[in-house]
Design a protein. Structure first.
Length: 437
């Protein structure tokens, strides 16, 4: 009963924090949402959508999709922000629900099913540790998305639904959602590459087909010549360029530049001197070559590990693979702001589930290694938030790429769980009464 009351108090605290974030950010006119409104208005007024190149880093379709946002914002900025934030909260709940249904085969409910009962054979409450702990781990990323009024929660929802419908063999619907997400923000393209590696050619082919259809939409809206110019401008500014060194950019590529090029990530130290973290001093072009070479070498064993077709892969083992790909999405993007790391949620969830909630017959030493690496990942990706260590120290941790390193550790932990998967009995929770207390 004590644990039940603790969960109830934690859920109440989470709800209060989210309500506060929604109200606060409805009234504060800042964040990436300004850019969404701006590009939507460019479409409405027939002006160049890339005239603010530093703001518009998105493909042309994104500007068209932003038109309804701009229309509502023109009526009332407060209304547009409130609707976006409220929809973000709903989307996060659906992400938790989908993850729970895929991993634990239970439908999510917000409150207890009965007094003191938080799980049955078909349902599970957010009060259960299976759900509550991953939710608490993701609060930093949820707060960041609500604070900056960003789109990443919706992007993760599209990715999760595409996975869900793929596993349900609703290939057309899943492919439409994945293609749409790729067409407006690109970074979910790693899921498409995964399906190709897994030789799921029907689903991958449908996704490519819908990507092509979505790519035609700007031609219908802007005309042929303008669309060609827009695609060219976007490619030159955001696809053909490499990452930049900035302590707020937690991309793998930004980390490699920081390590290999003698350039400050833009943060002054305690003595008001620039911080340098490089261990070598090579040219940016050489750093780029080294970064791609490392990724290529690391990708080979992963591809070999994932070579089995999805149709022959045990469901939760396949979910580990999906979680691995989603975990890498933020750091494999040239730009990776903190809000992008909401994509770590499925990795948090399934790692916690396997390590702490199901029985296994792994050696104690192996389990200790797995749990320790999980805690290290949590320390680097969650505990370095300014809410815990303060703004300056949080920036310092970012300058040393702590979130990037923590994400790599989490991805490595997921691979280890994948390697040892047959040692876990997902049919049995540690708590045999399925309540978890």
């Amino acid at each position: 009963m004590k644990h039940y009351q603790l969960s109830l108090a934690l859920l109440g605290l989470v709800i209060l924090v989210i309500i506060y974030a929604v109200i606060r950010n409805t009234l504060v006119v800042e964040g990436d949402f300004i850019g969404y409104v701006l590009v939507g208005n460019h479409v409405l007024h027939g002006t160049d959508i890339y005239q603010n190149a530093m703001i518009n880093t998105w493909p042309p379709l994104f500007s068209i999709v932003s038109v309804p946002v701009a229309i509502i914002d023109n009526i009332s900025p407060y209304l547009s922000r409130f609707l976006w934030l409220a929809a973000s909260v709903w989307a996060m709940f659906k992400i938790i629900d989908l993850t729970t249904r895929l991993v634990n085969q239970r439908k999510l409910t917000l409150f207890p099913l009965k007094s003191g009962i938080v799980a049955t054979d078909t349902q599970i409450s957010m009060l259960h540790w299976i759900v509550m702990i991953p939710l608490l781990l993701a609060i930093r990323h949820i707060w960041s998305n609500l604070g900056n009024i960003q789109i990443n929660i919706f992007m993760l929802l599209l990715a999760m639904y595409s996975i869900f419908y793929f596993l349900k063999r609703k290939y057309v619907l899943g492919a439409i959602l994945l293609a749409f997400s790729i067409s407006i923000k690109v970074y979910t393209i790693f899921l498409l590459l995964y399906f190709i590696v897994k030789r799921e050619y029907t689903f991958a082919g449908l996704t490519l087909l819908f990507c092509a259809l979505f790519a035609i939409i700007p031609f219908a809206v802007f005309g042929f010549e303008a669309s060609i110019d827009y695609y060219s401008t976007w490619m030159d500014a955001n696809v053909n360029t490499f990452a930049t060194i900035n302590h707020k950019n937690q991309s793998f590529f930004s980390m490699m530049l920081s390590l290999l090029v003698h350039e400050s990530p833009g943060l002054a130290g305690p003595l008001n001197q620039p911080i340098y973290v490089n261990i070598l001093d090579v040219s940016p072009d050489r750093a780029k070559q080294i970064s791609y070479a490392i990724l290529f070498l690391l990708a080979i064993p992963v591809i070999l590990m994932f070579k089995e077709r999805l149709s022959k892969t045990e469901p939760n083992k396949a979910l580990l693979e999906f979680a691995f790909i989603l975990t890498l999405v933020p750091i494999l993007s040239p730009l990776a702001w903190k809000a992008y790391f909401i994509f770590l949620f499925p990795g948090y969830f399934i790692s916690y589930y396997l390590l702490f909630m199901v029985r296994n017959n792994l050696p104690k030493k192996t389990m200790n290694i797995l749990k320790t690496s999980f805690f290290i990942a949590i320390a680097l990706t969650v505990m370095t938030t300014e809410l815990i260590v303060g703004k300056y120290l949080s920036d310092v941790f970012e300058a040393y790429s702590c979130m990037t390193i923590g994400t790599i550790v989490l991805a490595g932990n997921i691979l280890l769980l994948h390697f040892h998967y047959n040692k876990f009995d997902t049919r049995q929770l540690v708590s045999l009464n399925a309540i978890g207390y």
